[in-house]
Design a protein around this ligand. Sequence first.
Ligand code: PRP
Ligand code: GUN
Ligand code: MG
Length: 159
Amino acid sequence: MSAPPDKSFPVTWEELHRNAKALAWRLSEMGPFTGIAAVTRGGLVPAAIVARELDIRLIDTVCIISYDEFSQGQLKVLKGVAGDGHDWLIVDDLVDTGRTARAVREMLPKAHFATIYAKPAGKPLVDTYVTEVSQDTWILFPWDIEPQFIQPIAKRRNG
Ligand SMILES: O=P(O)(O)OC[C@H]1O[C@H](OP(=O)(O)OP(=O)(O)O)[C@H](O)[C@@H]1O
Ligand SMILES: Nc1nc2[nH]cnc2c(=O)[nH]1
Ligand SMILES: [Mg+2]
């Protein structure tokens, strides 16, 4: 198991819902979209929220394995989507290095690619995003975390 990057950016369910709705507001001025391709697994919850807001009922999945916890390995595509992505929206939770986005874009070159979060290296690969996060920060999604005791700052500083 590799270690997480030093800086973390925890996201609550409420913040995620608010940001996914902000993404939907932006996307509502584009399209209309025939359907959504959610990039599993991180894109599933954002795609559900965007689909609800844009009244899209046709949802498919692009299934990719990329990261094992905090380190990226060889990309493995388990399942794609038929067609070239014309009038389709791709939704993922974030772009980091952009490797996943690049692979999905190659599969669906005509689709509109949207994420909630974008780090600088992956930003050029996304058509629409909501929040930029620095490259050395790890975003912690609500489904990856649970509340637990944490030492006061003073104690953490003094070792
Ligand atoms: O821009 P990149 O460096 O390629 O990273 C971005 C991808 O990494 C995460 O997925 P992950 O592989 O962790 O799988 P998961 O969605 O199943 O959690 C995230 O959901 C993006 O899909
Ligand atoms: N949860 C999470 N998954 C990622 N995959 C690539 N970058 C990240 C990140 O910052 N957070
Ligand atoms: Mg993912």
